[in-house]
Structures are given as structure tokens and as C-alpha cells.
Design a protein around this ligand. Structure first.
Ligand code: NGQ
Ligand code: ZN
Length: 457
């Protein structure tokens, strides 16, 4: 099939009258510019065509908590840790059915926001009382099944989660749903791998040690050897309390410890990395690893501000994820990242460069970092890459009279994701006219799941 665009953002920059031919394998077969005649032969003609990024971090089930976590508890402050307790309690109501229904809804919202793919950091493995299911990978399979419904490009990251902290305290309460040891994890990974193999060819499997808090160092040393070519994701240095806990146990800060202990390279995606010293930041920036930033969730949870300005100046790679999914909005995720820098530095256009506007820089970074983190051959309108594409609504009043990078700036800073009209994931045309092609059914499934979850609260 062939898409034709009046303007498209190619690797070489903005181009006009662009034809993109997509093969049956979901990859871009050819790209031609200056092809005004291509319009007549196209299956779809759009005004503004962009590569669509991947969302590098999601816990789909947490979407169902939106609106339930904005009250203060009895303490002086509400914090990340009180939110986490609430999240654990909320978890109890989920059966495999709700896991799948909520995941499909989340993936649909991601597609409608402009993400073509999603890395699901999946860590609900067991029944509510902690007993494993007979089929260890049943919930991972449900995430894969959701992606068949939504059509999103899935990178499935089954999570290893063994202990409650660096003192190896046992898991308590809701955490028992996450519990793995190496044998249990091997079974989950195998089942997840089979499920991914049954998906379209762009789906991938990765591994995800949850954090230095939840994974003993011996288990981490083992896990990094398991699928040496697969993406490896881990939370790190999100909260100062976590930095202190790691320092008390090891004498080092989390990122410092990790770089001293492991060969961190471009297969790693380190989620959050909020609290870094200059040395840690430089080590990360030169490692090839991706800093997986989730600015909306990090704002929601009161994590702190990642130093994106210094990190990018040092050559670091970053991408964005929607993490808790309290709000799924690609343009807002990028805007929040830039605005956090402005509020801290009291400057404007912090992440812009001499050549590239803020919006263009943010978008380029999210494309590169997202593709690398997902282990996905995409991130550019390039022959051979998966056809992850997005068309903006050129008729929107937000875009009136604009062209080139100004379009990205207007979308990201003035508009919102209602400007996203069409999205293709590996050539699957899933969002048309601003709506997911299966929205009604997916939304109905989500509403049903929400009514049931509400009863168990
Ligand atoms: C998570 N979320 O795994 O869902 C975590 C909370 C934890 C974020 N870190 C649990 N944002 O980190 O212990
Ligand atoms: Zn997370």
C-alpha cells in the first residue's frame, strides 16, 4: 500500500510530495520525494506525515487508577510511597479479564495519541493472594492478546520482582502479585516469548529486572545473561528515598552502583534516572543506554526533574513513556519535559539547538530513544524500517499558516493529541480520522472492567 503526503519529515529533513510504499511485512519498501504524481496512485493521501515514536514505559493496569489517587492520606505529605500503597491495594481486583481489557484500552489511547508502539513493563504475574496461576504466563499472554485487539507494536517486558527492598525483606500485601524467583521467571518468559512469536513480526520480547530495590544483585547478574540480544529495562533513581536506600546498603548511589557492576550499553533502558550526580549523568550519556523519561507520571508522583539539558549536551539518548498512564498524551509528555527544564532554569527553549526548535528536538529524541529502547527497527521514514507513521490534522486551527518545525512546535506547545488524525503501526492503519478503528468495542470492554473494579474497592 502507498501513502502520499504533501509534507513529510524524512531523515534528511522536511520534504514535499512524498510517496511512502509499505510492504506486506509492515516495512517501508520505498520513499520518494518530489513525486507530485504519486498522489493519484496513493491508497491514503495526507497533508503532514511524521514518523510515529514508541512509548518506552507503561504499566497498563495503572490507567484504571486515574482519578483515585489525588487525595491526601493521614500523614504530613502525600508521597510516591503512599501512592504506591494505594496502587498495591487497587491491584487486588484485577482478574485476567480486566488486565486484558484495560491494556487494550491503554494501547488504543496510545495509538490515538500518536505512539505506534509500546513497551509494556509487565509485572502483575500472580493471583491476588500471591499464588502463581497454573499457567505462569497467563497475564503476559493477556497483554499480548490486548495488542492483537489494539494492533499496537508490542515490546513485552516481563518483570522480575523478588524482594521488598535492599535488605531482602519479603514481599507483603499487593506486592505478592509480582513475586518471581528465577524458576518462576523462566516459565513466565517462555510463555511470553511464545505469545510474542504468535504476534505480527514487529513484536518483541525483552527482560525487565524491576529495580535495585526488588532484584537482589545475584539475580540481576544472572538475568542480564538470559536474552543477551533483547532490550533490558529497569527502574532506577526515581526517588531520593531510593537513592538513600541503595547508598546505605552498597555505599554507592544507584546509577553509580549499576555502572560499576554491569556493562551498561545500548540494550539498556533506565527508567526515570531522576536523581543523578554529574558523574552518573555523564556515564549514562556516553553509554548508549536510553534514559526512559516519563515526565507526566514523574510530575504526578513528585519525583523530581531530570536534567535533560545537560544530558543531551553530553550526547545522551532519551525517550518518553507514559508509565502510570494517568494521562496518555504524546505531545503533553514532550511539553512537560521541556517545561520542567524551563521552570528549574528560568530560561526558555531549553532543549532547542541552534538548528532545531524545541518541538523538533524533543520529537527527534523521542523517535531515536523510543526505537532503541523498544528494540524496534523504526523511528524514521526510511526504507526498510517498520512503517510507524502519523499524520497531523493540517486543517486544525492550531496549524493554520504553519510549515516545517513550526508544525511540531504548535502541536506540542499549543495543541494536543486531537491533532493526530492517522496512525500506522508497522503498516497497520489503526487510527483513522482521529479515532481508533476498534474504539467502540475496546471502550465498552474498558467500561465493563471499570465497573467491576469499582465493586472490589
Ligand atoms: C511501578 N512505578 O513499578 O509501577 C512503580 C512503582 C516501585 C513507578 N516507579 C513501584 N513510577 O517503584 O516500587
Ligand atoms: Zn514504571
Amino acid at each position: 500500500m502507498r501513502i502520499w503526503a504533501t509534507a513529510a519529515l524524512l531523515e534528511s529533513g522536511w520534504a514535499r510530495d512524498v510517496s511512502v510504499e509499505i510492504g506486506a511485512d509492515g516495512r517501508i519498501a520505498s520513499v520518494a520525494q518530489g513525486d507530485a504524481g504519486g498522489r493519484a496512485r496513493a491508497d491514503a493521501a495526507v497533508e503532514v506525515l511524521l514518523p510515529a515514536p514508541g512509548n518506552l514505559h507503561s504499566h497498563a493496569f495503572q490507567r484504571a487508577m486515574a482519578g483515585l489517587s489525588e487525595r491526601r492520606g493521614p500523614g504530613t505529605h502525600d508521597t510516591f510511597w503512599t501512592w504506591r500503597d494505594l496502587m498495591y491495594r487497587f491491584l487486588a481486583g484485577f482478574t485476567p479479564e480486566e488486565i486484558e481489557a484495560v491494556a487494550a484500552f491503554v494501547q488504543m489511547e496510545m495509538l490515538e495519541a500518536g505512539y505506534a508502539a509500546s513497551a509494556e513493563f509487565h509485572y502483575v504475574h500472580n493471583q491476588a493472594d500471591g499464588t502463581p496461576y497454573d499457567d505462569a504466563a497467563i497475564l503476559a499472554r493477556r497483554i499480548a492478546a490486548a495488542s492483537e485487539t489494539s494492533g499496537i507494536g508490542l515490546t513485552l517486558l516481563p518483570v522480575y520482582y523478588e524482594v521488598g527492598g535492599l535488605d531482602a525483606r519479603p514481599l507483603a500485601g499487593g506486592q505478592r502479585r509480582f513475586r518471581t524467583d528465577l524458576d518462576h521467571y523462566a516459565a513466565i518468559l517462555e510463555g511470553a516469548e511464545a505469545a510474542v512469536r504468535a504476534l505480527p513480526g514487529d513484536a518483541r520480547l525483552g527482560i525487565a529486572p524491576h529495580s535495585l530495590r526488588a532484584v537482589p544483585s545475584a539475580a540481576l547478574a544472572e538475568l542480564v545473561t538470559w536474552r543477551p540480544d533483547a532490550p533490558l529495562h529497569m527502574h532506577i533513581a526515581e526517588q531520593t528515598g531510593e537513592v538513600e536506600e541503595v547508598r546505605a546498603a552498597t555505599g554507592k548511589r544507584p546509577v553509580e552502583w549499576l555502572f560499576d557492576t554491569h556493562a551498561v550499553d545500548d540494550r539498556w533502558c533506565l527508567i526515570h534516572c531522576t536523581h543523578l550526580t554529574e558523574d552518573e549523568r555523564r556515564a549514562l550519556a556516553t553509554s548508549g543506554a536510553v534514559a526512559g523519561l516519563c515526565p507526566i507520571t514523574e510530575s504526578s508522583l513528585g519525583d523530581g526533574i531530570f536534567d535533560g539539558a545537560a544530558y543531551l549536551a553530553e550526547g545522551g539518548t532519551l525517550g518518553v513513556g507514559s508509565d502510570s498512564n494517568i494521562r496518555i498524551a504524546l505531545s503533553e509528555e514532550l511539553r512537560t519535559l521541556e517545561y520542567s527544564q524551563r521552570l528549574r532554569d528560568r530560561h526558555r527553549a531549553v532543549l532547542a539547538t541552534a538548528e532545531r526548535s524545541c518541538g523538533r528536538r524533543l520529537y527527534d529524541e523521542a523517535l531515536v530513544g523510543g526505537a532503541r529502547a523498544l528494540g524496534r527497527d523504526s523511528g524514521a521514514i526510511r526504507q526498510g524500517a517498520f512503517a510507524d507513521l502519523l499524520a497531523l490534522d493540517a486543517g486544525s486551527v492550531h496549524l493554520e499558516g504553519l510549515a516545517g518545525d513550526d508544525l511540531l512546535d504548535a502541536w506540542i506547545f499549543a495543541g494536543d493529541d486531537t491533532l493526530v488524525r492517522d496512525v500506522w503501526s508497522a503498516g497497520r492503519h489503526l487510527v483513522q480520522g482521529g479515532r481508533h478503528v476498534r474504539r467502540d468495542a475496546i471502550e465498552a470492554g474498558y467500561r465493563k472492567a471499570m465497573r467491576k473494579l469499582k465493586e472490589t474497592l
